[in-house]
Write a protein that binds this ligand. Structure first.
Ligand SMILES: [Zn+2]
Length: 171
């Protein structure tokens, strides 16, 4: 079963003024895909309050203009991913808010899986979880104690796997 992928966001905000006399502002930015190491092409950004939206283009950029001044929640979404809300983006009069957005997968929920019996030796005492993705600091500590095997990130198959130290076998 395909699990919904999750992502979190690292954000930097830059605000710059421009000379015009409207009562609106612009949100523009760049969305970086930290897995593919490039632009997150096709991601959708929307201001639900206003029914305004924009897609990330092939260069990773997006623009939403003519936004009445105010504070908005910006929704970042992409098919197959869980939506992320960038909260309280403030739009100033005659200004451009530039957002640099980086998304990262959340660590896998390996603790949810109970079936960690090795198919070779039929035991679980030497079995450790293989963690895919970017683990939390406490998982890294576990890894240092030899409890966790840090795997490479496979975001599409972010399912827990196990490693039997006795048989040196992944399953
Ligand atoms: Zn085994």
């Amino acid at each position: 079963m395909l699990k919904k992928k999750q992502f979190i966001v690292i954000l930097t905000i830059l605000i710059s003024g421009q000379i015009n006399f409207s009562q609106t502002g612009t949100i523009k930015g760049y969305v970086y895909d930290s897995i593919e190491r490039g632009p997150f092409v096709g991601a959708n950004l929307s201001l639900e309050k206003l029914d305004k939206q924009s897609s990330v283009d092939f260069d990773g950029n997006f623009v939403i203009d003519s936004i009445p001044i105010g504070t908005y929640d910006l929704k970042l979404s992409y098919l197959g991913y869980r939506d992320t809300i960038i909260k309280s983006v403030r739009v100033y009069n005659d200004s451009v808010v530039t957002l640099n957005i980086t998304y990262l997968p959340l660590p896998c929920m390996y603790r949810d899986k109970n079936d960690k019996t090795c198919p070779i030796c039929n035991k679980s005492d030497k079995v450790i979880p293989i963690i895919y993705g970017l683990p939390s600091p406490e998982l890294v500590k576990d890894a240092e104690k030899g409890k966790v095997w840090l795997g490479g990130c496979q975001i599409s198959f972010c399912m827990p796997h196990w490693y039997c130290k006795r048989d040196k076998k992944e399953f």
